[in-house]
Write a protein that binds this ligand. Sequence first.
Ligand code: RP5
Length: 163
Amino acid sequence: MKKNNALKVAIVMGSQSDYKTMKLAEKIFKNIGINYETKIVSAHRTPKRMYDFAQSAKKKKFGVIIAGAGGSAHLPGMISALTTIPVLGVPIESKKLKGLDSLLSIAQMPKGIPVGTLAIGEDGAINAALLAASIVANSNFTVRKKLENWRRSQTKSVKKKPK
Ligand code: RP5
């Protein structure tokens, strides 16, 4: 992989409390060998940080942005409104509504500004990373091969008989 030209992935989240979920995306990127940066960026608590992050994302060579948020989860949609880089939203499992609020806030974007929405919680964080890897793999042969290996070892890990 040509490290300097390779597209990176940004992982952002609304709060420190989201990190226990979002760090599973980091684990996938370490495994597949994708460069990433992780930040806390809150749409409502740090709106200027969010604006600056989204405005500078293209210059920083981010090819995909993964945004995790919980509750009234407007972070992925707000970032998508500020950039044309694909945004993948991870609905964080909230305490009161088990993440249904997060899911609907992220998935129900009105037409014009898309957010690719994954499942609630840990499955969503893992799949967001795998989907980001697929997007990066379109223009990066090394990542494509590593992603294919990851899929192969997942297949191998499924036992034929239950114990
Ligand atoms: C959202 O509010 C965050 O994404 C988080 O999921 C939720 C709760 O945040 P904390 O009160 O735990 O900081 O902005």
